[in-house]
Design a protein around this ligand. Structure first.
Ligand SMILES: [Zn+2]
Ligand SMILES: [Zn+2]
Length: 135
């Protein structure tokens, strides 16, 4: 599939082609800052099919934790677009930045439920994991 999207102001645009490697919701404390408090909905897309087509994001990587992820966001409007995880040849796309978030369908699993808040919703029957699922 081909996913297109960008930030809130339109300064940064991307295209992601390929099949999603994972579609999930993340309940971790870090994602709560970026999502507004709810679980973060994301699609993991192969890095080979991903590129920025307009503008370029600023990146942020925490220096105080081991194996930090890199988060990419628009310098103009602050929209967080994507996350890169060390060693993972993929782009973790935030579903809210898709031109048509409906293309996401539904998440397949919930991760980092260790940080789940009482107001977070996990659909009944959805596989959920305290941290990352074992490979
Ligand atoms: Zn923007
Ligand atoms: Zn998270």
């Amino acid at each position: 599939m081909k996913l297109e999207g960008g930030c809130y102001c339109g300064a940064v645009r991307y295209v992601a082609e390929g099949e999603p490697m994972m579609k999930a919701q993340c309940h971790c404390r870090e994602c709560q800052y970026i999502s507004g408090g709810s679980p973060n909905m994301f699609a993991v897309m192969p890095v080979a099919g991903f590129s920025y087509t307009k503008g370029a994001p600023k990146t942020f990587t925490r220096g105080d934790i081991e194996q930090p992820v890199t988060r990419e966001f628009c310098t103009e409007c602050g929209t967080h677009l994507a996350t890169l995880r060390p060693g993972l040849p993929a782009v973790i796309l935030k579903v809210g930045t898709l031109d048509d978030p409906g293309l996401f369908g539904t998440p397949q699993l919930a991760i980092f439920t260790v940080d789940k808040q009482p107001f977070h919703h996990i659909p009944e029957g959805m596989p959920s994991f305290e941290r990352m699922p074992q490979r």
